[in-house]
Ligand binder design. Structure first.
Ligand code: SAM
Length: 253
């Protein structure tokens, strides 16, 4: 990926990311559960939500930190955030992208990056920036769009195909031609190596959105889906079962 490229894809006026979340209450709640599990009992001075969009999850971060910065490269997302976060004056909104963080070295004790990795086929510059800005005892909470989830593993096994280690472009062929925003799913094992290269080490893993399926959502009550989700995020983590992998990362010592 061209590292100097401006990540302004979400400025398209025909695309309001708020609407993406309509009908995705289960996925939203599953992510909230994972973040709560990772952050339980912790408190931070300054948390950053990198690529935080309109602030969907910045609100949750404000329960765990004195100060929260929504660091987002799309002005349109920040404009939506202005209204969405109107009751949260402690959440600062700043235009910035992950490979050029405007924070001093070792100055931030919690960095979160959810649903951004699918726009980063090669996250090495972004991981280096996170490692630079993070305090020595800080935490990096990272979500990966997981290509190696159980369903894909079955599909590959049925075709006698190996799981790819490199990111997989999941855009339709016509979108690939239009050179639109990158949209990839990752192999978590590769991402863990990329993190290690930046001096970052995974401390905990959760498997998230394990029941993501339009059919299930229609027949199983959401409260039951979330009970199962909560119980299974940890046990399913080792096998990277679900389509989303959450990592709690620290500096390697
Ligand atoms: C799918 S949205 C997720 C928003 C938010 N994290 C959430 O989960 O609700 C992806 C966000 O990543 C941002 N983004 C894309 N490329 C980025 C980059 N290189 N650095 C930081 N943010 C980026 C986009 O502007 C967009 O707001």
């Amino acid at each position: 990926m061209n590292k100097t490229k401006k990540a302004d894809q979400y400025n398209d006026p025909s695309h309001n990311y708020l609407h993406y979340w309509e009908g995705r209450d289960y996925e939203n709640a599953a992510e909230v559960l994972a973040i709560q599990k990772f952050l339980k009992g912790k408190h931070f001075k300054h948390a950053i939500d990198i690529g935080g969009g309109y602030g969907r999850l910045s609100v949750l971060l404000s329960e765990y930190a004195d100060k929260v910065t929504l660091a987002e490269p799309s002005q349109q997302q920040l404009d939506i955030a202005k209204d969405f976060l109107k009751d949260y004056p402690q959440i600062d909104r700043q235009l910035m992208q992950a490979d050029r963080l405007k924070f001093k070295d070792k100055s931030v004790d919690l960095i979160m990056m959810i649903r951004v990795m699918h726009h980063l086929p090669d996250p090495s510059a972004e991981f280096a920036e996170v490692a630079r800005a993070l305090t020595d005892d800080g935490y990096y909470l990272l979500e990966i769009a997981n290509y190696t989830h159980a369903q894909n593993r079955l599909k590959h096994a049925a075709r006698l195909k190996k799981m790819p280690t490199q990111p997989v472009d999941i855009r339709s062929p016509e979108h690939q031609k239009e050179e639109e925003i990158a949209f990839v799913n990752h192999n978590p094992k590769t991402v863990i190596k990329q993190l290690a290269h930046a001096g970052l080490k995974v401390e905990k893993t959760l498997s998230v959105s394990n029941l993501r399926s339009p059919a299930l959502k229609k027949i199983v009550p959401q409260s039951l889906m979330l009970k199962i989700e909560k119980a299974m995020q940890q046990p399913l983590a080792k096998s990277y079962f679900g389509p989303s992998t959450f990592l709690l990362v620290r500096k390697a010592r």
